[in-house]
Design a protein around this ligand. Sequence first.
Ligand code: AMP
Ligand code: ZN
Length: 115
Amino acid sequence: MANECLFCKIAAGEIPAKIVFKDDQVLAFEDSNPQAPFHVLIIPRQHLSTLNDLKTEDRALAGHLIFCAAQIAQVNGHAQDGYRTVFNCNHGAGQSVFHIHLHLLAGRSMTWPPG
Ligand code: AMP
Ligand code: ZN
């Protein structure tokens, strides 16, 4: 756990969140400022600041985040209509919390390109 990392604290149960899924590797919870009717963040329990910190040995974990997003979308009835998954990496992409998280957004139509 990284000191003063918000998402490490959520993973440790020190800060409350609306958990929608958890296993031994990841945790998924509702975004507190949702950008769609359904907006969940999927995080690894392990602290990694950005995608730039992924090591060879983290490949399975990165894949698991994506697999969990697809499962959560399916279970919540969003697979058919569709959903968006986003990793923001660093300030230029709008990353504001420096613990890797996969956004899962659904429940409205999306435009492209994103802002
Ligand atoms: P990003 O801008 O990609 O780093 O996304 C960070 C996301 O974390 C934003 O969508 C925030 O709304 C969300 N967020 C920040 N603090 C919390 C929190 N305590 N609980 C749930 N989501 C949060
Ligand atoms: Zn962290």
